[in-house]
Design a protein around this ligand. Structure first.
Ligand SMILES: Cc1ncc(COP(=O)(O)O)c(C=O)c1O
Length: 403
């Protein structure tokens, strides 16, 4: 398969270009944290990190109106009450709104760094100290990201990471904590789960690197392995996804994850993601609206978000041109009040996330830009034609009424 026909994956694969064994990973934040804990995924890290905060039972945690949903499910499953606060136009925390929502029942503030972009940690920390609140940093989307020189996740009383979103792993979450290690002992990930998610990752890698024949053989091997283990996808656990599955909560990451992470070169991950983000921004400038115009120093972006009128159709048309994208976060959690949910409804309806990860070369980013711009033009000329047809229909109606 030629480069131009290969699908552009939205998540990194195991392709060799960014995999260089490194003995250094234990020195990288958050893995450098003496009390850090590997978990099956980010939500598991959150669930087991919460007891370390010693919050009064059933006390209130302030959470943002723009959320994925599983982090909210996790906080509720842990027995806390939630109160939502507002984020602004660029998803920045609205501290005045947070302050208005304080009362004696509030014990913690939950802060999400969206797409790897930092919330203002220094002022948030000062606010939490002034009001006696614990700070929970959600870094599920911001592994290896910094606010200037400060790593995201170093200010919170606990911070959670979803490691497999940034680097190619079958699963893996991480809990960084200033408050002691979790008391619950977690079981390793089920063997079948690790096996099948690893096979998925290998299949994914072969598909996008053009080794389709090998992929088919691996696909057959995966199916045989599943039959031999009499395994069915719903019978074991999987990382990722927006659905709540309490079975995940008892599991750590498998030992193999710590082997895979050695193959990651953190500095390359950061440098390539930044280079790709900037290149895509430059290519799409003036063509397609995108909310994060600047890339501040230290940010390690997860995706490149764009705002499109019909994101489901846009995603399908992009996929037809071989470019994958992410369309998640389309629904507010049912516990979020309707007025606050409505304030971020445009993000949920219009935000589509494009690939910029470490493995993509500059020529692939140019392909992404060309595909996005082609789909945008196609949608807009279609929209213009519909307006002309609607206007023509209206004119015909007016003419017939005036006769
Ligand atoms: C903001 C946020 N927090 C937490 C999580 C949970 O992470 P994981 O899927 O690794 O459990 C997610 C998952 O997408 C998320 O988007």
């Amino acid at each position: 398969m030629t480069n131009s026909l290969r699908p552009v994956p939205v998540y990194p694969t195991l392709a060799a270009s960014t995999l260089r064994p490194s003995a250094n990973w234990r020195r990288w934040f958050p893995f450098s944290e003496a009390r850090g804990v590997w978990t099956f995924s980010g939500r598991v890290a959150l669930y087991h990190g919460l007891p370390l905060l010693n919050l009064p039972p059933k006390s209130v945690i302030l959470v943002p109106n723009y959320h994925q949903g599983v982090e909210i499910d996790t906080l509720l499953a842990a027995g806390y009450q939630l109160r939502y606060y507002r984020v602004g136009e660029r998803l920045e925390i609205d501290m005045a709104d947070v302050e208005r929502r304080l009362d004696a029942h509030v014990s913690a503030l939950y802060v999400t760094h969206y797409f790897g972009f930092p919330q203002p940690l220094a002022s948030i920390r000062a606010f939490c100290n002034a009001h006696g609140l614990k700070l929970i940093e959600d870094c599920a989307l911001s592994l290896f990201s910094r606010d200037g020189k400060q790593w995201l996740g170093t200010e919170g009383d606990i911070a959670i990471f979803s490691v497999y979103k940034t680097v190619p792993l079958p699963h893996g979450g991480f809990l960084a904590t200033r408050a002691g290690a979790p008391s619950a002992a977690l079981d390793g990930a089920p063997f079948t789960s690790t096996l099948v998610q690893t096979m998925d990752l290998i299949n994914h890698t072969l598909r996008v690197t053009g080794w389709g024949g090998v992929e088919q053989s691996i696909g057959r091997a995966t199916r045989t392995a599943k039959r031999m283990l009499q395994w069915n996808r719903h019978e074991t656990i999987q990382s990722g996804g927006a659905l709540w599955d309490s079975r995940l909560l008892g599991h750590a990451a498998s030992g193999s994850v710590k082997g895979w992470i050695r193959l990651v070169n953190r500095d390359r991950v950061i440098a390539h993601r930044r280079r790709n983000f900037r290149r895509l921004a430059w290519q799409l400038k003036g063509l397609v609206p995108y909310p994060f115009v600047d890339l501040p120093a230290g940010v390690c972006p997860l995706f490149f978000p764009i705002m499109v009128p019909d994101k489901v159709r846009f995603q399908q048309d992009l996929a037809a041109l071989g470019v994958e994208s992410v369309n998640l976060w389309d629904a507010s959690h049912p516990s979020c009040p309707a007025d606050l949910a409505a304030e971020v409804a445009h993000w949920r309806e219009h935000c589509l996330e494009l690939p910029i990860h470490q493995e993509l070369q500059e020529c692939t980013i140019d392909r992404v830009a060309a595909a996005v711009s082609a789909v945008w033009q196609q949608h807009h000329s279609h929209a213009r034609r519909s307006v002309v047809v609607e206007n023509a229909g209206l004119e015909a109606k007016l003419v017939s009424m005036s006769m």
